[in-house]
Design a protein around this ligand. Structure first.
Ligand code: DX5
Ligand code: ZN
Length: 270
Protein backbone atom coordinates (compact mmCIF):
# COMPACT_ATOMS: atom_id res chain seq x y z
CA UNK A 1 0.00 0.00 0.00
CA UNK A 2 1.61 3.30 -1.00
CA UNK A 3 -1.02 5.48 0.64
CA UNK A 4 -1.47 6.27 4.31
CA UNK A 5 -3.29 8.71 6.52
CA UNK A 6 -1.34 11.10 8.67
CA UNK A 7 -2.66 13.10 11.61
CA UNK A 8 -5.80 15.20 11.04
CA UNK A 9 -7.07 12.99 8.24
CA UNK A 10 -4.54 13.88 5.57
CA UNK A 11 -4.05 11.18 2.97
CA UNK A 12 -0.44 10.79 1.83
CA UNK A 13 0.42 8.98 -1.39
CA UNK A 14 3.99 7.95 -2.13
CA UNK A 15 4.98 8.61 -5.74
CA UNK A 16 8.18 8.41 -7.72
CA UNK A 17 10.09 11.67 -7.94
CA UNK A 18 9.40 13.32 -11.28
CA UNK A 19 6.26 11.32 -12.01
CA UNK A 20 3.09 13.13 -13.20
CA UNK A 21 1.53 12.22 -9.84
CA UNK A 22 3.85 14.62 -8.04
CA UNK A 23 1.15 17.32 -7.90
CA UNK A 24 -1.25 15.07 -5.97
CA UNK A 25 1.17 13.73 -3.41
CA UNK A 26 -0.93 15.19 -0.60
CA UNK A 27 -4.73 15.26 -0.53
CA UNK A 28 -6.85 16.76 2.20
CA UNK A 29 -9.77 14.42 2.96
CA UNK A 30 -12.62 15.34 5.35
CA UNK A 31 -12.50 12.99 8.32
CA UNK A 32 -16.04 11.74 7.83
CA UNK A 33 -15.06 10.34 4.46
CA UNK A 34 -12.43 8.16 6.11
CA UNK A 35 -15.18 5.99 7.52
CA UNK A 36 -14.14 2.82 5.78
CA UNK A 37 -10.72 4.06 4.74
CA UNK A 38 -7.24 3.01 5.70
CA UNK A 39 -6.57 3.12 9.40
CA UNK A 40 -10.15 2.95 10.65
CA UNK A 41 -10.37 1.18 13.96
CA UNK A 42 -12.65 -1.75 13.17
CA UNK A 43 -12.54 -3.28 16.64
CA UNK A 44 -15.35 -2.20 18.90
CA UNK A 45 -18.30 -3.73 20.64
CA UNK A 46 -21.52 -2.77 18.95
CA UNK A 47 -24.60 -2.38 21.13
CA UNK A 48 -27.81 -1.69 19.19
CA UNK A 49 -30.44 0.01 21.33
CA UNK A 50 -33.91 -1.48 21.08
CA UNK A 51 -35.37 1.92 21.96
CA UNK A 52 -35.57 2.59 18.21
CA UNK A 53 -37.21 -0.71 17.28
CA UNK A 54 -40.89 -1.49 16.75
CA UNK A 55 -41.96 -2.29 20.31
CA UNK A 56 -44.80 -4.46 19.06
CA UNK A 57 -42.18 -6.83 17.64
CA UNK A 58 -39.07 -6.72 19.80
CA UNK A 59 -38.39 -10.38 18.97
CA UNK A 60 -37.70 -9.46 15.33
CA UNK A 61 -35.45 -6.63 16.47
CA UNK A 62 -33.38 -9.12 18.48
CA UNK A 63 -33.12 -11.39 15.44
CA UNK A 64 -31.89 -8.45 13.37
CA UNK A 65 -29.33 -7.54 16.04
CA UNK A 66 -28.01 -11.12 15.93
CA UNK A 67 -27.90 -11.13 12.12
CA UNK A 68 -25.90 -7.89 12.05
CA UNK A 69 -23.39 -9.16 14.62
CA UNK A 70 -24.50 -7.02 17.56
CA UNK A 71 -22.30 -7.81 20.58
CA UNK A 72 -24.63 -6.47 23.24
CA UNK A 73 -28.31 -5.59 23.26
CA UNK A 74 -28.64 -2.11 24.76
CA UNK A 75 -31.88 -1.81 26.73
CA UNK A 76 -32.93 1.66 27.86
CA UNK A 77 -34.95 1.66 31.06
CA UNK A 78 -36.72 4.96 31.77
CA UNK A 79 -38.91 5.67 34.81
CA UNK A 80 -40.74 8.93 34.03
CA UNK A 81 -38.82 10.65 36.87
CA UNK A 82 -35.11 10.73 36.07
CA UNK A 83 -36.16 11.23 32.45
CA UNK A 84 -39.66 12.11 31.20
CA UNK A 85 -40.40 8.88 29.33
CA UNK A 86 -41.27 5.40 30.57
CA UNK A 87 -40.00 2.38 28.63
CA UNK A 88 -39.55 -1.18 29.83
CA UNK A 89 -38.88 -2.90 33.15
CA UNK A 90 -37.48 -6.20 34.38
CA UNK A 91 -40.44 -8.37 33.22
CA UNK A 92 -39.85 -7.35 29.61
CA UNK A 93 -36.13 -7.97 29.97
CA UNK A 94 -36.87 -11.45 31.36
CA UNK A 95 -39.03 -12.26 28.33
CA UNK A 96 -36.38 -10.99 25.92
CA UNK A 97 -33.75 -13.06 27.72
CA UNK A 98 -35.49 -16.19 26.50
CA UNK A 99 -35.20 -15.02 22.87
CA UNK A 100 -31.44 -14.45 22.50
CA UNK A 101 -28.06 -15.35 23.93
CA UNK A 102 -26.56 -11.93 23.12
CA UNK A 103 -25.58 -10.27 26.43
CA UNK A 104 -27.85 -7.51 27.74
CA UNK A 105 -26.43 -4.05 28.40
CA UNK A 106 -29.14 -2.47 30.54
CA UNK A 107 -29.00 1.32 30.85
CA UNK A 108 -31.00 2.51 33.84
CA UNK A 109 -32.25 6.06 33.43
CA UNK A 110 -34.09 5.92 36.73
CA UNK A 111 -34.05 7.48 40.17
CA UNK A 112 -33.05 5.16 43.01
CA UNK A 113 -31.55 2.48 40.74
CA UNK A 114 -30.57 0.38 43.76
CA UNK A 115 -34.19 -0.80 44.06
CA UNK A 116 -33.99 -2.43 40.66
CA UNK A 117 -30.70 -4.31 41.02
CA UNK A 118 -32.11 -7.69 42.15
CA UNK A 119 -34.95 -7.45 39.62
CA UNK A 120 -32.68 -6.93 36.63
CA UNK A 121 -30.19 -9.52 37.86
CA UNK A 122 -33.01 -12.06 37.99
CA UNK A 123 -34.30 -10.94 34.61
CA UNK A 124 -30.94 -11.76 33.01
CA UNK A 125 -29.10 -8.45 32.63
CA UNK A 126 -25.36 -8.93 32.12
CA UNK A 127 -24.20 -5.33 32.39
CA UNK A 128 -26.15 -2.88 34.56
CA UNK A 129 -25.40 0.82 34.18
CA UNK A 130 -26.89 3.57 36.34
CA UNK A 131 -26.52 7.33 36.33
CA UNK A 132 -24.03 9.21 38.46
CA UNK A 133 -26.61 12.00 38.70
CA UNK A 134 -29.26 9.71 40.22
CA UNK A 135 -27.35 8.29 43.18
CA UNK A 136 -25.74 9.53 46.39
CA UNK A 137 -24.09 6.35 47.69
CA UNK A 138 -22.42 5.27 44.49
CA UNK A 139 -19.86 2.87 45.97
CA UNK A 140 -22.63 0.92 47.60
CA UNK A 141 -24.66 0.65 44.39
CA UNK A 142 -21.64 -0.56 42.41
CA UNK A 143 -20.99 -3.17 45.09
CA UNK A 144 -24.59 -4.37 44.99
CA UNK A 145 -24.53 -4.74 41.20
CA UNK A 146 -21.31 -6.75 41.35
CA UNK A 147 -22.62 -8.90 44.16
CA UNK A 148 -25.70 -9.65 42.12
CA UNK A 149 -23.38 -11.12 39.45
CA UNK A 150 -23.53 -8.33 36.87
CA UNK A 151 -20.90 -5.99 35.47
CA UNK A 152 -21.35 -2.49 36.89
CA UNK A 153 -21.48 0.61 34.72
CA UNK A 154 -21.77 4.29 35.54
CA UNK A 155 -23.16 6.85 33.12
CA UNK A 156 -22.81 10.62 32.92
CA UNK A 157 -25.11 13.09 31.17
CA UNK A 158 -23.52 15.70 28.88
CA UNK A 159 -23.27 18.34 31.64
CA UNK A 160 -21.39 16.08 34.08
CA UNK A 161 -17.60 16.33 33.81
CA UNK A 162 -15.36 13.25 33.98
CA UNK A 163 -13.31 14.45 37.00
CA UNK A 164 -16.38 13.98 39.20
CA UNK A 165 -15.93 10.24 38.66
CA UNK A 166 -12.41 10.23 40.13
CA UNK A 167 -13.30 8.17 43.21
CA UNK A 168 -15.34 5.67 41.22
CA UNK A 169 -13.35 4.85 38.11
CA UNK A 170 -11.29 2.16 39.81
CA UNK A 171 -14.46 0.24 40.71
CA UNK A 172 -16.51 0.10 37.53
CA UNK A 173 -16.54 -2.21 34.50
CA UNK A 174 -17.97 0.37 32.12
CA UNK A 175 -18.35 4.13 31.82
CA UNK A 176 -21.20 5.20 29.57
CA UNK A 177 -20.67 8.65 28.08
CA UNK A 178 -24.02 10.12 27.07
CA UNK A 179 -23.57 12.24 23.99
CA UNK A 180 -27.19 13.47 24.09
CA UNK A 181 -29.37 14.37 27.05
CA UNK A 182 -30.93 11.06 28.07
CA UNK A 183 -34.60 10.34 27.54
CA UNK A 184 -35.17 10.05 23.81
CA UNK A 185 -33.71 8.36 20.76
CA UNK A 186 -33.03 10.15 17.49
CA UNK A 187 -31.32 13.25 18.90
CA UNK A 188 -28.28 15.03 17.48
CA UNK A 189 -24.95 14.19 19.08
CA UNK A 190 -23.40 16.90 21.26
CA UNK A 191 -19.92 16.82 19.75
CA UNK A 192 -18.16 18.42 22.71
CA UNK A 193 -18.90 15.25 24.76
CA UNK A 194 -16.52 13.23 22.59
CA UNK A 195 -13.45 14.56 24.37
CA UNK A 196 -14.70 12.79 27.52
CA UNK A 197 -13.95 9.49 25.78
CA UNK A 198 -10.31 10.48 25.32
CA UNK A 199 -10.13 11.67 28.89
CA UNK A 200 -11.47 8.34 30.17
CA UNK A 201 -9.10 6.31 27.99
CA UNK A 202 -6.17 8.37 29.27
CA UNK A 203 -7.23 7.91 32.90
CA UNK A 204 -7.58 4.18 32.31
CA UNK A 205 -4.05 3.97 30.92
CA UNK A 206 -2.49 6.17 33.59
CA UNK A 207 -4.11 4.37 36.51
CA UNK A 208 -4.45 0.79 35.28
CA UNK A 209 -8.26 0.96 35.49
CA UNK A 210 -10.30 -1.75 33.77
CA UNK A 211 -13.49 -0.17 32.48
CA UNK A 212 -14.76 -0.05 28.94
CA UNK A 213 -15.77 3.33 27.55
CA UNK A 214 -19.19 3.28 25.91
CA UNK A 215 -20.78 6.06 23.86
CA UNK A 216 -24.53 6.55 23.65
CA UNK A 217 -26.63 9.07 21.77
CA UNK A 218 -26.80 10.43 18.25
CA UNK A 219 -24.23 8.04 16.75
CA UNK A 220 -24.57 7.90 12.96
CA UNK A 221 -22.55 7.03 9.87
CA UNK A 222 -21.22 10.60 9.72
CA UNK A 223 -19.72 10.69 13.21
CA UNK A 224 -18.84 7.01 13.71
CA UNK A 225 -15.17 7.50 12.82
CA UNK A 226 -14.82 10.34 15.28
CA UNK A 227 -16.38 8.23 18.04
CA UNK A 228 -13.85 5.45 17.40
CA UNK A 229 -10.92 7.80 16.88
CA UNK A 230 -11.55 9.20 20.33
CA UNK A 231 -11.12 5.69 21.73
CA UNK A 232 -14.63 4.32 22.33
CA UNK A 233 -14.77 0.61 23.14
CA UNK A 234 -18.54 0.20 22.95
CA UNK A 235 -20.77 2.05 20.51
CA UNK A 236 -24.51 2.22 21.22
CA UNK A 237 -26.90 3.07 18.42
CA UNK A 238 -30.66 3.10 18.15
CA UNK A 239 -31.99 5.10 15.21
CA UNK A 240 -29.02 4.74 12.87
CA UNK A 241 -28.87 0.99 13.42
CA UNK A 242 -32.56 0.35 12.83
CA UNK A 243 -32.78 2.67 9.80
CA UNK A 244 -29.99 0.66 8.16
CA UNK A 245 -27.49 3.47 7.72
CA UNK A 246 -24.74 1.70 9.69
CA UNK A 247 -24.82 -1.46 7.56
CA UNK A 248 -21.57 -0.70 5.71
CA UNK A 249 -19.69 0.06 8.89
CA UNK A 250 -20.88 -3.12 10.56
CA UNK A 251 -19.84 -5.22 7.58
CA UNK A 252 -16.34 -3.76 7.72
CA UNK A 253 -15.71 -4.97 11.26
CA UNK A 254 -12.94 -7.45 11.87
CA UNK A 255 -13.44 -10.55 13.98
CA UNK A 256 -11.94 -9.92 17.41
CA UNK A 257 -12.91 -13.18 19.05
CA UNK A 258 -16.05 -12.27 20.99
CA UNK A 259 -17.00 -9.98 23.84
CA UNK A 260 -14.83 -11.55 26.54
CA UNK A 261 -11.70 -11.50 24.39
CA UNK A 262 -12.40 -7.88 23.50
CA UNK A 263 -12.87 -6.90 27.14
CA UNK A 264 -9.58 -8.60 28.05
CA UNK A 265 -7.73 -6.87 25.24
CA UNK A 266 -8.96 -3.42 26.23
CA UNK A 267 -8.81 -3.71 29.99
CA UNK A 268 -6.37 -6.50 30.73
CA UNK A 269 -9.14 -8.20 32.70
CA UNK A 270 -12.01 -10.64 32.17
C1 DX5 B 1 -31.19 7.85 25.00
C2 DX5 B 1 -30.79 6.42 25.14
C3 DX5 B 1 -30.05 5.87 23.99
C4 DX5 B 1 -30.83 5.88 22.71
C5 DX5 B 1 -29.88 6.17 21.58
O1 DX5 B 1 -31.61 8.36 26.22
O2 DX5 B 1 -29.96 6.20 26.27
O3 DX5 B 1 -29.56 4.57 24.24
O4 DX5 B 1 -31.48 4.66 22.45
O5 DX5 B 1 -30.63 6.38 20.46
P1 DX5 B 1 -30.03 7.09 19.17
O6 DX5 B 1 -28.92 6.22 18.70
O7 DX5 B 1 -31.20 7.15 18.27
O8 DX5 B 1 -29.54 8.44 19.62
ZN1 ZN C 1 -28.96 4.16 26.42
Amino acid sequence: MNEFYGKNGILFRLVRAGSPDMQVCCLQIPRDLLLLGIGMNTEFLFAPSILACDFSDIGSALARIEECGGDLVHIDVMDGHFVPEITVGAPVVASLRRRTKVPFDVHLMVDDPEHFIPLFAKAGADWLTFHYEAVTHIHSVIGQIRQAGMKAGISIVPSTPVPLLAEILGMVDLVLVMTVNPGYGGQTMIDSCLRKIRELVRLRQENGFRYLVSVDGGVNAGNFTRVLDNGADVVVSGSAFFNGSLAGILQSRTDFGGVDAFVRSRTGGG
